[in-house]
Design a protein around this ligand. Structure first.
Ligand code: SF4
Length: 209
């Protein structure tokens, strides 16, 4: 990565981590995907039950694979026929893994969901939530973060899942109410009441979308 981009990412991550701490959440900065994986594993005690709800960035650092190979119980919903049953396990898991659609540089997390299992588990249930977030997701304010979540994350997910939505055809959000919309629930996480529950690992890389 270009050294000037690296410097910018480092400075921006510092500001974002300060913002997270002011909201009773913990922030970390990883120089690369390998370091992000190490930090994530250091936050998950052996023997823990972990699961996730989507999250391309989580896969990109190899975290589910490491948990499956290690001394953990990783609940992989892709291996369950009953997706609802798999999603419900998240509420009592020790650890929930997620990415976020956008984060402001003062530590507010923005997530959009269609099924809403992901945003509901982020809000309540699992004892610990660990976010893996590329520096490409950091935005200047909530307005920008919402725009990113809709026009970048949701539109790309619409492509990924082959949905019949206006954004899948145009590449931009048209604020639809189509039956296939993935923009059903918007979660803005501005503070964590529970100390030690939410951890955000910022990664000096472009992860997810
Ligand atoms: S509201 Fe509709 S058009 Fe906009 S991003 Fe969501 S699914 Fe796409």
């Amino acid at each position: 990565m270009n050294k000037f981009v690296e410097k910018r990412n480092e400075l921006l991550a510092k500001k974002t981590i300060k913002g997270l701490e002011s909201r009773n959440m913990s922030g970390y900065y990883a120089q690369d995907r390998e370091e992000a994986l190490k930090i994530a594993l250091s936050l998950i005690p052996e023997g823990s039950t972990a699961t996730m709800g989507g999250g391309v960035s989580v896969h990109e650092i190899g975290l589910p694979k490491a948990l499956k190979e290690g001394n953990y119980t990783f609940i992989d919903r892709d291996e369950y026929e009953d997706k609802r049953a798999a999603a419900l396990t998240a509420y009592d898991a020790d650890v929930f893994l997620a990415s976020c659609n956008a984060i402001t540089d003062d530590g507010i997390l923005v997530n959009i969901d269609g099924n809403s299992n992901r945003v509901s588990a982020i809000a309540f249930g699992p004892k610990k939530v660990i976010f893996i977030v590329g520096m490409n997701k950091v935005c200047g304010d909530v307005d920008h973060a919402m725009k990113r979540a809709r026009n970048v994350a949701a539109t790309t997910n619409a492509q990924r899942f082959g949905l019949s939505t206006p954004c899948a055809k145009t590449g931009a959000c048209l604020n639809c109410k189509s039956p296939d919309t993935i923009c059903c629930q918007f979660l803005i996480t501005r503070f964590s009441r529970h100390t030690g529950r939410i951890h955000v690992i910022l990664v000096n890389d472009n992860l997810g979308f």
